[in-house]
Write a protein that binds this ligand. Structure first.
Ligand code: HEC
Length: 169
């Protein structure tokens, strides 16, 4: 079951940000295999590349001065890695996070996307798996409502980056 923590009051704040989300996507993803002879050396599952394809949209909320400023700073790869990998909500006592697991499960657990609330926050399948294994409700529905979910290529690249150790690469 996916999370259901829609908060009608907070939704109002996000409407302005949604427009910013539409410009993402693009980029040739080697996972799709459909376009051009994908250069074998192209690795989309690095933090730097994930920022050009997926995570750049996060800072419209998760950055200093934005609505989720009390949480991790996702405005650059360096702050994202510092604030998200191996961290959990209890590291941000002033941040109001809805997931019932985020006090005990890291946003990103290096090596295990299935033990990463971030992966569950952005993908239905990961949300269902985390919910089933740890009996928690995730923030998936919030991100879905705001269009911040990842494409299937995006989530597989994020999963792959986490599985390979969530390096600062
Ligand atoms: C439109 C605003 C908005 C955008 C854009 C957004 N988020 Fe969030 N995010 C939120 C809010 C609000 C919360 C806290 C709500 C909650 O958990 O109840 C949150 C919570 C989270 C959490 C904590 C979830 C948990 O259960 O521990 C993670 C991780 C997260 N966001 C990652 C991201 C990533 C990665 C992106 C970019 C792909 C992103 N968010 C884009 C608004 C946003």
């Amino acid at each position: 079951m996916c999370g259901r923590i829609l908060n009608g009051l907070r939704m109002g704040f996000w409407v302005g940000s949604v427009a910013l989300l539409g410009a993402c996507g693009g980029g040739t993803d080697s996972v799709s295999g459909a376009s051009q002879a994908a250069t074998p050396t192209t690795q989309w599952d690095t933090l730097g590349n994930l920022f050009t394809t997926e995570f750049s949209r996060c800072s419209s909320c998760h950055a200093p001065g934005k609505s989720q400023a009390a949480g991790p700073d996702m405005s650059t790869p360096a702050t994202f890695h510092r604030d998200v990998v191996g961290k959990k909500a209890s590291d941000y006592p002033n941040w109001n996070v809805g997931s019932t697991c985020s006090q005990s499960v890291n946003f990103i657990t290096a090596g295990s996307s299935l033990n990463s609330t971030l992966a569950a926050t952005l993908d239905q399948g990961n949300s269902d798996t985390l919910s089933a294994s740890k009996n928690c409700i995730t923030s998936f529905s919030i991100h879905k409502a705001n269009g911040a979910v990842l494409s299937s290529n995006g989530i597989s690249n994020v999963d792959s980056w986490i599985r390979k150790g969530a390096l600062n690469n």
